[in-house]
Design a protein around this ligand. Structure first.
Ligand code: MCA
Ligand code: AMP
Length: 505
């Protein structure tokens, strides 16, 4: 009987009293104590009737208990579906309904709003709060602290992560045990993680970066994490001297650079800074090196594939590139029209294949077939090139996507909402450069004939139905949208026109 993901990430630390989590209050949690917590949660999930293969949706704040819930799902064979804490009720309803989740876990402050949502989808609801309290932990507290791990196969599903699409409908990326495990092992090895590493962890744990890259890599290596609830500049500066590694989105690095306390002595104990989820400006890489003596290691991944490429640990970390395909990952640049592989040096779409590539989109065979070729290559939607030395660069996107502070925003979802507002004939949503978030959202509205959209009412509607990070930071009104001869909206023209709204250049 085996459960490769549980056994490798968690099970082998049983009885190990070394520190796993350094907590914000100065306390610590050992690997063994963490596993006992996870086992009690595993019993609680089983007592609630969850069976291997069932989905569990969780919209919960970052805490040791939240991470232990992921371990408990792995141990019981339940598919873990973490959700951004910013999502509103309507957004949650879609995920619970679409995944057929049996259980929704949320913060007590949201239980009133989400109980009808769960009920309408036929799911049970339990609470788990930022401080670790809640009905779920109450139920777990009376349970034994060991649990017979459920046997799983590498091909069994471990997690669902939802990722939006160009049509505005989110797709559940089905990730198997092998997808997660192979990538975690490769990365731990590639980035030389050991049991001595202390990772400064300030990312959310509801996305690939904070959960599967940061946490899984630490677990594979048997290291520890300084587990901060969120990115707080003062806390990052205060905790850095105790850390050896950090992972962050580019906004982490630009915010650190704005603080004069960031210098060589602050980063003296660190061996590695890693960036991903959005493009790191070459300028940020260069400035960070000048200030700290460290070259940020940039890597590239996706929800559907985990990590695909990385700059080298030893050897040149080339600014503006995402490095080389990881061991075991094949990467090619193809012609978007024909799918044929392009000669080295030409720009085309990035396709990847390997044990990291997901199984497909949940109950969307046609969407899966559009992006995942029969031969196993996944069409990422990113445009890139490979230079003569083999370094991969991402030069653009073949998909309409905005990445703000590392969060993905799909314009179509916002356009559908804007188009439905009174006084709006049509809309276009674009991403423009932003000094803090890298990119931010601008909504362009065309008024219906003889009407003027009520921007305040539209703002209120956004607030009620969309996570805050998706809200347009600016709404502008134009008499019409620029279109080409085929009638397609020319977003590039809009980006050129409004591109300096937040940067002033
Ligand atoms: C917070 N806000 C945001 C964002 N975050 N708005 C746009 N984009 C965001 N990313 C809102 C807040 O709700 C707040 O709203 C206002 O903006 C200012 O918030 P602030 O306090 O400045 O933000 P923060 O709480 O400090 O958060 C910024 C952050 C955070 C630290 C950059 O967004 C973050 O941790 N991002 C990481 C995301 C991530 O892990 N991505 C990985 C995805 P108000 O105006 O109401 O106050 S995985 C992935 O992409 C792939 C697989 C990969 O390769 O890793
Ligand atoms: P997600 O939907 O969260 O999986 O986001 C994946 C997307 O983030 C990729 O398809 C890329 O467009 C982008 N991305 C991730 N890492 C990088 C990076 N280092 N540089 C540029 N874009 C990145």
């Amino acid at each position: 009987m085996a459960n490769p993901l549980y056994d490798t990430l968690f099970g082998r630390h049983a009885g190990c009293d070394t520190v796993f989590l350094h907590l914000p209050d100065g306390g610590t949690l050992s690997h063994a104590a963490f596993l006992r917590l996870a086992a009690r949660l595993a019993h609680a999930l089983s007592a609630l009737g969850l069976k291997p293969g069932d989905r569990l949706a969780a919209q919960i704040e970052k805490s040791p208990e939240a991470l232990a819930l992921y371990a408990a799902c792995t141990q019981t064979g339940v598919v873990f579906l973490p959700l951004n804490t910013g999502y509103m009720g309507e957004e949650i309803r879609y995920f619970v309904e679409n995944s057929g989740a049996k259980l929704l876990i949320c913060d007590a402050s949201r239980a009133k709003a989400l109980t009808p949502v769960a009920k309408a989808c036929g799911a049970q609801i339990q609470t788990l709060n930022a401080d670790g309290t809640g009905t779920l932990t109450d139920a777990a507290a009376v349970q034994p602290d060991t649990f017979d791990t459920v046997a799983r196969d590498g091909d069994d599903l471990a997690a669902f992560l939802y990722t939006s699409g160009t049509t505005g409908r989110s797709k559940g990326a089905m990730l198997t045990q092998t997808n997660l495990l192979s990538n975690a092992q490769t990365l731990a090895d590639y980035w030389r993680f050991t049991a001595d590493d202390v990772l400064l962890h300030a990312l959310p744990i509801f996305h690939t970066h904070g959960l599967f890259v940061a946490s899984n890599v630490t677990l594979v290596a048997g290291g520890s994490m300084i587990f901060e609830p969120r990115f707080d500049l003062d806390r990052m500066i205060a905790r850095m001297p105790a850390a050896t590694t950090m992972m962050g989105v580019p906004t982490f690095y630009t915010r650190l650079l704005e603080d004069p306390r960031l210098d060589r002595s602050l980063a003296q104990h660190m061996r590695l800074f890693i960036s991903g989820s959005a493009p790191l400006l070459a300028e940020t890489h260069v400035q960070f090196h000048a200030r700290t003596g460290h070259r940020i290691l940039e890597r590239y991944g996706m929800t559907e594939t985990n990590m695909n490429t990385s700059n080298p640990y030893e050897g040149e970390r080339r600014a503006g590139t995402v490095g080389f395909p990881l061991p075991g990952v094949e990467l090619k640049i193809t012609d978007p029209a024909t799918g044929a592989t392009l000669p080295q040096g030409e720009i085309g779409q990035i396709e990847v294949r390997g044990p990291n590539v997901f199984k497909g989109y949940w109950q969307m065979p046609e969407k899966t077939a559009e992006e995942l070729r029969a031969d196993g290559f996944f069409i990422t939607g990113d445009l890139g090139e490979i230079d003569a030395d083999g370094y991969v660069s991402i030069v653009g996107r073949n998909k309409d996507l905005i990445i703000s502070g590392g969060y993905n925003i799909y314009p179509k979802e916002i356009e559908l909402l804007l188009d439905a507002q009174a006084g709006v004939l049509e809309s276009a949503v674009i991403g423009v450069p932003h000094p803090d978030f890298g990119e931010t959202v601008v909504g362009v509205l065309v008024p219906a004939p003889g009407q003027g959209p009520d921007l305040e009412a539209i703002g209120a509607q956004m607030k009620a139905s969309l996570a805050r990070f998706k809200h347009p930071r600016k709404l502008v009104i134009l008499p019409e949208l620029p279109r080409n001869t085929m009638g397609k909206v020319q977003k590039k023209e809009l980006r050129d026109r409004f591109g300096a709204l937040f940067t002033g250049t």
